[in-house]
Design a binder for this molecule. Structure first.
Ligand code: GFB
Length: 313
């Protein structure tokens, strides 16, 4: 069942974030009637009244929800109440408002970190809720799982065409380079760049470097989300990943090569490793006709170019 975005009024919640901005770029190519956006100061999605008022005012045909409070492993571990409450409210407010207004189609975003900590790899979509969560981000995970279940509940009770996607670790333009709250790729790009420029003999990575992570460029993720909005219409969520993973130590060496830093790696083992591995199965999305097109090598080179441009501002 194909759903066309042409001539539609599309709302991207969280349009300034890395995924949201990639989605806005990608959606331009779908000839929509309009791409609707609102900054956090214009519409506070944590407020049900504000979120409902906005959806009732703009009445979008289709809604993408990359809006979330996100962060790396240290941020998630440090601010559990913020990650649980804010993500729960964003999901509940927007999904309910879109139901009330009769939005034709809605896509909610989960994340690969919400699967059980020791899920069999590669992680199948059906393994959600089959085991204990990773403690460092269980707060964020509960909020995201609630959003996925809420989409399923509105489909089951009211027939709403609300779907969910499960992206892997993302990186790319508009990433967060704050070393305390960021994810690993922007953090290591910045550390390698600063080590190179300062003539340092080493750069620090957190943990043992042995965990493995799957990565996908934000532009590939946006392309996959548009594809799912067009072709997927069922309660099951769909993994959105590259289909392969890499040890963090090897990632760091790749980034040092891209940046041109030739020093040593130093491990800060006081920082958490988190989930040992979270490679997702890509079978379902491949069967739906989508594959990524940006390799990790090319993606990291592009991410470093973006870092240099974004740091200049
Ligand atoms: O990207 P990251 O913070 O998130 O960490 P997760 C990935 C791995 O990189 C961990 C290691 O094993 C970190 O210990 N790492 C090494 C570093 N050096 C660094 C560094 O300088 N900064 C950071 N941040 N990591 C997140 C979840 O888990 O996955 C989020 O906490 C989100 O909720 C995201 O879902 C996709 O992959 O461990």
């Amino acid at each position: 069942m194909a759903y066309s975005l042409e001539g539609k009024r599309l709302y991207v919640a969280g349009h300034r974030g890395m995924v949201g901005s990639a989605l806005v770029r990608r959606l331009e190519g779908e000839n929509p009637a309009e791409i609707l956006t609102a900054t956090r100061s214009e519409v506070d999605l944590i407020s049900q009244a504000a979120a409902t008022g906005w959806i009732e005012k703009v009445r979008p045909d289709a809604v993408f929800i990359p809006a979330a409070k996100v962060g790396g492993i240290l941020a998630n571990d440090s601010y559990p109440a913020d990650f649980l409450y804010e993500n729960l409210m964003i999901a509940a407010n927007l999904i309910r408002a879109c139901h009330d207004v009769g939005v034709e189609k809605l896509l909610f975003l989960g994340s690969s970190c919400i699967y059980p900590k020791f899920a069999a790899q590669p992680i199948e979509e059906d393994s959600l809720l089959t085991g204990p969560l990773e403690p460092t981000n269980e707060w964020y995970a509960i909020a995201k799982i609630a959003g996925i279940k809420l989409c399923q509940a509105y489909r089951r009770q009211h027939g709403d065409d609300f779907i969910s996607a499960m992206p892997t670790n993302l990186y790319g333009p508009g990433d967060n380079y704050n070393l305390e709250t960021s994810h690993v790729i922007p953090a290591l790009i910045r550390k390698a760049h600063e080590a190179k420029n300062s003539g340092a003999s080493s750069m620090e990575i957190w943990g043992t470097g042995t965990p493995r992570r799957e990565f996908l460029h934000a532009d590939d993720c946006a392309d996959a989300l548009v594809h799912l909005m067009k072709v997927h219409s069922s309660p099951e969520h769909v993994n959105v990943g590259s289909g392969d993973d890499i040890p963090i130590k090897e990632l760091a060496e790749l980034i040092m090569e891209v940046v041109g830093f030739k020093g040593e790696l130093v491990h800060d083992t006081s920082k958490p490793d988190g989930t040992p591995r979270k490679l997702m199965s890509a079978e379902r999305i491949r069967a739906l006709g989508w594959s990524p097109s940006i390799s990790l090598q090319d993606g990291l080179a592009h991410a470093y170019e973006c870092f240099l441009k974004e740091q200049v501002r």
